[in-house]
Design a protein around this ligand. Structure first.
Ligand SMILES: [Zn+2]
Length: 239
């Protein structure tokens, strides 16, 4: 397990704009406030999300802008979109290489990724794109990014050296074991989610819903009454 001081850089890999904000924005706001650099890698532009009031062809452009603005609210400026089609992401070698490229560029001490395992207690969190990105990202963590002989063009053509990620934090895991107190960053999390206007404009009960969900997490994690928590499974990887 890494000590907090051992973590200078974190890379978050998710499927859609807003995924990171629903699952982890409170935690990330805490990390950036403590000086950790956080980068996002988003596999799609979320072009299959939202509502009919937004013209379809505008959706990817709007959602990219929304995610960049939401990232800024929690202290994140480095956001990369991979451009895979929303709703049709599968675990391919191309996706593994594209995520491995971001790992080698950012050189993170911690990667945050969606659970590749379906969580039967949280079916919407187990969207097929999330499962696919989770599996591809885990393959990119181990072994692709750390093996200099995997995807050799990354090194030969782009100069991206192998990088071993020592720790992974899994989102929406069926077996969470880490509960981060986000009570103090809850308002930032809601502000970040509200920035995804195409997705959350109709969600008038968003803050209440999130508060209930995060309070249940806090209770599961044994935090004091009245606290809010985001939940993760933390996995150490021998380096
Ligand atoms: Zn999603």
């Amino acid at each position: 397990m890494l000590a907090a001081d051992d973590v200078d850089r974190v890379l978050v890999v998710v499927a859609h704009p807003d995924d990171v904000d629903f699952a982890a924005a409170g935690t990330i706001a805490g990390w950036t406030a403590s000086g950790i650099e956080v980068a996002y890698c988003v596999a799609t532009y979320g072009d299959a999300g939202g509502f009919d009031e937004t013209p379809r062809e505008q959706m990817p452009v709007l959602r990219e802008a929304e995610q960049r603005a939401a990232a800024k609210i929690v202290g994140v400026d480095d956001v990369t979109f991979l451009g895979y089609p929303d709703g049709a992401v599968t675990v391919t070698l191309d996706l593994r290489r594209d995520i491995a490229r971001q790992i080698r560029r950012v050189r993170p001490h911690r990667v945050v990724l969606p659970s590749p395992e379906r969580n039967w207690n949280a079916v919407p969190a187990s969207h097929p794109d999330h499962l696919a990105v989770g599996e591809a990202a885990m393959c990119a963590v181990y072994p692709d990014a750390r093996n200099a002989f995997a995807f050799p063009t990354l090194l030969a053509n782009e100069g991206l050296e192998a990088w071993a990620v020592p720790e992974v934090w899994v989102l929406a895991s069926p077996q969470p074991d880490r509960y981060v107190d986000v009570t103090d960053t809850f308002d930032l999390k809601i502000a970040a989610l509200r920035t995804h206007v195409t997705q959350t404009a109709h969600a008038h009960d968003l803050a209440d819903r999130l508060r209930r969900f995060l309070a249940a997490n806090a209770m599961a994690g044994g935090l004091p009454e009245g606290r809010l928590a985001e939940a993760f499974r933390v996995v150490s990887i021998p380096t």
